[in-house]
Design a protein around this ligand. Sequence first.
Ligand code: SAM
Ligand code: ZN
Length: 265
Amino acid sequence: MLRCPICSQVLKQEERIFRCENNHCFDIAKEGYVNLLSGSKAGDSTGDNKEMARCRREFLEKGFYAPLAQAVGECMQRYSCEGDAVLDICCGEGYYTDYLTQRFCRRYYGFDLSKNMIRLAGKRKCGGVFFVANIASIPLRSGSVDFAFHLFAPFHNEEFCRVLSSDGVLVTAIPGKEHLYGLKEVLYDTPYHNDEKEPHTEGLELVEKIRVRSTLNLDTREDIQALFQMTPYYYHTPSEGMRRLQERDTLTTDIEFVLLVYKKL
Ligand SMILES: C[S@@+](CC[C@H](N)C(=O)[O-])C[C@H]1O[C@@H](n2cnc3c(N)ncnc32)[C@H](O)[C@@H]1O
Ligand SMILES: [Zn+2]
């Protein structure tokens, strides 16, 4: 499955390293992940920082987004078989892959640009192969992925199509109209609904849309702040809105996602 980020040859595992036939070697860290960023980018993995990784881990572990994990699982069951290769694109700290490994027998892979995220994902020891990599150059063999899912991350049509097998399936999530409206009502004077804009795709056919809805009842300031930090609003909310949120002890908000299921053409 894995290919060398330097020469694109197959990577083989030898105890604690991955090696290609040209002798490029990549250590498996003690947390169980491997850094497959090549060249000058290798040392300073960017992406989400430690604090963002910690917030995401704490929030997701409480099961607030479990309806989404369940929907991805149901979808994966319908569109893939036992033993298939499943890829969690920009997997973050590994919550969704961990959820799936506990329920469905597949070969799981997950990658993210952030070493902080992948370190947490590796520590889960859930059976998935986690690696640091950039979405623009995924170190996996062409046509090797049967089912890929992609949640709240940059979209890279060309690389997704390259790694998918000939009848492979890609599932991506976009925020639904009502997603986090209750949070936005606190943050903004004039909150807006999401426009459910679908990504522009080529070589992928949309075969199904699945709507997932639930209501979150958060009753601690920590949970409210953790949710806020996971959202894009964290970066562009006026200070007045931030202050209003900091004063809240409880928050009720709908969450809504649309899963878009694509087949490779
Ligand atoms: C909002 S988080 C979502 C993480 C995970 N899918 C989840 O839902 O928990 C977006 C993730 O995309 C990763 N990311 C951003 N740019 C990336 C890139 N160019 N290549 C790989 N991962 C990237 C970030 O490090 C971050 O973990
Ligand atoms: Zn190599």
